[in-house]
Ligand binder design. Structure first.
Ligand code: GUN
Length: 285
């Protein structure tokens, strides 16, 4: 079997074309969706993510502001910046790029963001709403993954899903979103015993461990759908996923590539959440 590629790049392009039209319509009503991004320090990976977010906002017509602050900013100073953005009428989404330096509490920062501007979907209010199936900002990577699976008409109800990884940003919430779609969800993580036996039961295998080539074909059931969330650099500096793509594509029915898979969809759902937020905040007046 040679797997069909689920191209996040292609789906992202289609969705962004639709969003461009929607933003045009909002602008004709005097509404310009606005996203504020705060980047603390000079981590090259974070700088690169933030630059992509800015560029994507520009392409779709979303107003974006980037505040690049020194790694030595205090927690209080950062919380003050968030407070100003919470009150700014032209800002509908606030994103503080993670990770933060160790002297700043990520919990305090996330909780300081007004949940109605939390387009990352990281605030406990949004996490709780998502868990209980209420309307919420959904975290962008998990949301993008669900959209990619649905775009191929792949059934989720009753399917065995195995998620490898349990981070708050990807692993835990993607399992929850797939549970909300009536899948049967199992989590594997660093303490899991006999991981191969478990992953081989998966109709849909989501891998988010952040380790290059962690999953080879022996972990994958024939015909499974494989979603690779990993973005790692190999020795040659090339981007590779958590899955050995060349092996996995011979076993899987569908697979996401790296790059061009989940990555472009993460930013797309951030843009989507920002537009939704603008519409909601404006309709509330
Ligand atoms: N760092 C890595 N991924 C993300 C993300 O989706 N949002 C934020 N704020 N920081 C991140």
């Amino acid at each position: 079997m040679t797997a069909t590629i689920i191209s996040g790049k292609e789906l992202a392009r289609e969705k962004r074309e639709q969003m461009k039209i929607e933003v045009e319509q909002l602008k004709s009503q005097g509404i310009v969706p606005g996203l504020a991004v705060i980047l603390v320090g000079e981590d090259p990976a974070s700088q690169s993510y933030v630059k992509s977010k800015q560029k994507s906002c520009y392409e779709v017509g979303i107003h974006s502001e980037l505040d690049e602050v020194s790694v030595s900013i205090t927690e209080d100073e950062l919380l003050h910046k968030i407070d100003v953005l919470n009150k700014a009428d032209h800002i509908h989404g606030i994103l503080v790029q993670l990770p933060l330096p160790s002297h700043i509490s990520e919990k305090a920062v996330i909780e300081a963001i007004n949940p109605s501007k939390d387009v990352d979907g990281f605030h406990p209010i949004n996490v709780g709403r998502m868990m209980t199936g209420q309307e919420a900002f959904l975290p962008c990577t998990p949301y993008g993954i669900v959209e990619m699976i649905k775009s191929k008409g792949i059934e989720l109800e009753g399917q065995q899903v195995v998620v490898v990884g349990r981070s708050n940003i990807v692993g835990k919430p993607v399992g929850q979103l797939l549970l909300n779609e009536n899948a049967t969800v199992t989590y594997c993580h660093s303490r899991t015993k006999n991981m191969k036996q478990i992953t081989r039961t998966a109709d849909i295998l989501v891998v988010a461990v952040g380790k290059a080539h962690f999953i080879n074909k022996e972990y994958i059931k024939e015909g499974a759908v494989v979603i690779d969330v990993g973005v790692n650099r190999n020795e040659e500096g090339k981007l590779v996923g958590d899955v050995v793509f060349d092996e996995a594509k011979e076993v899987a029915s569908y697979i996401t590539p790296v790059p061009g898979g989940v990555g472009p969809m993460t930013i797309t759902m951030l843009l989507y959440n920002t537009i939704v937020s603008a519409k909601r905040l404006v309709s509330k007046g």
